[in-house]
Write a protein that binds this ligand. Structure first.
Ligand SMILES: C[S@@+](CC[C@H](N)C(=O)[O-])C[C@H]1O[C@@H](n2cnc3c(N)ncnc32)[C@H](O)[C@@H]1O
Length: 270
């Protein structure tokens, strides 16, 4: 049984490598990403993921959940690194570093076969989302409502960025991600069997007045420009969330949550 490697130096090569995963180009090249915090790493374990690297603060892996996670990482033949608080703080690159950090392989899925879906299945498609905090919040909501997964269309931000992973609070390990160019999406969506619902500020249909024909595919527009004409054209329903104030739109994550809850309302019970 091999023990963890103890790293004291901030200039250690492994420390530099893990830090570099904060950069999108390094995540793209390596296919890896970082998740922080013991409870998030427990979500990864429970969802059947294993880490490539597990880093924890010196002395913490001797008891409780830390010991269990260390054993799990050892069984998975992950690299285990024990580091001081200063190194962990540098790796986390936040004001509030956690005592544990895992490096995992990103998972990308093929789009679902429309004919294989059940009537109450819901998929979410996001047109070029820009804000990773929104994307992480949406990921968490997709898990909460029991939707099947997220399709990212076009130039989307990275769901595996530190900000998105943090906002997803562990749901990054539960929600399948698909990425498609706009043309690939338009081709694939032709086979969709139920409603394709677009949320659009110019619609005059209240999102609560529609009977959604499943399987449902919900398409949300981008934070800046909103839903493009090209994607609005593939929708069978365009709906709007009414707003009382003098604002022009709701935040993307809020609008997504309201619409997903409406579509899934019959399937959700306390
Ligand atoms: C921040 S909004 C984009 C606003 C953009 N300026 C526009 O004109 O569409 C991002 C996305 O959230 C959804 N959204 C936000 N508020 C909405 C509302 N009241 N009704 C329907 N969709 C809404 C739409 O999908 C929109 O494309």
């Amino acid at each position: 049984v091999s023990g963890p490697k103890v790293i004291a130096s901030l200039s250690n090569e492994r420390v530099k490598f893990i830090r570099s995963l904060a950069m999108r180009k390094v995540r793209r090249r390596t296919g890896l990403f970082i998740a922080q915090g013991a409870s998030v790493i427990v979500s990864a374990r429970d969802a059947g993921w294993t880490p490539r690297i597990l880093v924890y603060q010196l002395g913490t892996a001797e008891r409780g959940i830390y010991l269990q996670l260390d054993r799990w990482a050892e069984k998975a033949q992950a690299e285990r690194l024990e580091v001081g608080a200063a190194v962990l703080g540098k790796l986390a690159a936040t004001d509030n570093p956690q005592t544990m950090l895992g490096v995992f392989e990103q998972r990308w899925h093929a789009p679902p076969q429309p004919r294989s879906l059940a009537t109450d299945d819901v998929w979410l498609a996001l047109e070029a989302p820009r804000d990773p905090g929104n994307l992480g919040t949406i990921t968490r909501t997709v898990e909460a409502v029991g939707a099947r997964g997220i399709i990212l269309i076009g130039a989307a931000c990275d769901p595996f960025s530190p900000e998105s992973v943090r906002a997803s609070m562990g749901s990054i390990f539960a929600v399948p991600f698909v990425r498609l160019s706009e043309d690939q999406f338009k081709n694939w969506v032709k086979g969709w069997q139920g409603d394709v619902i677009g949320t659009h500020l110019a619609s005059t249909t209240d999102f609560r007045s529609v009977l959604y024909r499943g399987p449902s595919l919900l398409i949300m527009g981008s934070e800046g420009p909103g839903l493009s004409q090209q994607l609005a054209e593939v929708c069978t329903q365009l709906v709007k969330i009414p707003m009382a104030g003098k604002l022009d739109s709701l935040n993307l994550a809020i609008a997504t949550a309201l619409t997903l809850y409406q579509i899934r309302s019959a399937q959700l019970h306390v």
